[in-house]
Design a binder for this molecule. Structure first.
Ligand code: DGL
Length: 272
């Protein structure tokens, strides 16, 4: 039978469970699509690693997804999108959408005063990718970037409403409050989980941009423009592959995806 491209799964990869926030948005906007997710849980976090290492890991993640005959790939990890995407995009014969460009476009649309903040991992902020993309699209926008590395473990530990998280958020974000931004991009897969705390600290005049949601919206558009939406008649399958399964894993998946998933398989990513 001829392989009908539109019915192939969407491939999503991330350094770990964080990209499940992107998968959750993809499921919300494209509930009929099959998804194969790879989370490099065993080698997470990527955000403090060198560019060379992140590129090498991203190559392996993509090779793994290609084995699953995916029709489109999302690099859900901001750190990968920021430092590796430009390089790996040219090495594979498949469209790969990162999370930087959708987040950057949304920030430009939302900002009224032309002052935008970006928060992310050390790798993402160090690459300056969001700032470059925003200024490539609109050179009048002033961008203020800030690494908030403690937000990743806080989200994974479920410290959403704790006083400690508020204190850390205040400490990190005060420099952004001082520069009068009206838009703040959550440039890391984990930060949507801390949205309430970040919103409280930044105040209601600052619009938060969720790169995960913006990416799902862009994917929807791309699939529609290319006639690549899956046929409704087919059943929907979501598969989760990971390079390690820690003890608390199903709780972690629930936290980031917002639902449980039984279809979890461990893979040796170093083979790719
Ligand atoms: N997924 C990463 C990101 O969005 C956060 C976790 C990590 O550092 O690997 O940048």
């Amino acid at each position: 039978m001829a392989d009908n491209k539109r019915n192939r799964p969407i491939g999503i990869f991330d350094s770990g469970v964080g990209g499940l926030t992107v998968m959750a948005e993809v499921i919300r906007h494209l509930p009929n699509e099959n998804i194969v997710y790879f989370g490099d849980v065993g080698r997470c976090p990527y955000g403090g690693r060198s560019k060379e290492t992140i590129i090498q890991f991203a190559r392996q993640d993509i090779k793994f997804l290609l084995e699953h005959n995916v029709k489109y790939i999302i690099a859900a990890c901001n750190s990968v999108s920021a430092v590796a995407l430009e390089t790996v995009k040219n090495e594979f014969d498949i469209e790969i959408l990162g999370v930087i460009s959708p987040g950057a476009k949304a920030a430009i649309n939302y900002s009224k005063n032309g002052r935008v903040g970006i928060i992310g991992t050390v790798a993402t902020i160090g690459s300056n990718s969001y700032a470059k993309e925003i200024q490539r699209l609109n050179n009048d926008i002033k961008v203020f970037s800030l690494a908030c590395p403690l937000f990743v473990p806080l989200a994974e530990e479920g410290y959403m409403d704790k006083e400690a998280t508020k204190l850390i958020a205040h400490d990190y974000l005060k420099t952004l409050i001082d520069v009068d931004i009206d838009t703040l991009v959550l440039g890391c897969t984990h930060y949507p989980l801390l949205k309430n705390v970040i919103a409280e600290v930044m105040g209601d005049k600052v619009k938060l941009v969720d790169s995960a949601e913006e990416t799902a919206l862009e994917l929807t558009q791309v699939l529609d423009n290319n006639g690549l939406r899956k046929e409704e008649t087919e059943e929907v399958i979501h598969k989760l592959y990971v390079s390690d399964v820690p003890d608390n894993f199903s709780d972690l998946v629930h936290k980031f995806l917002g639902s449980r998933i039984n279809n979890i398989t461990r893979v040796d990513i170093t083979r790719y």
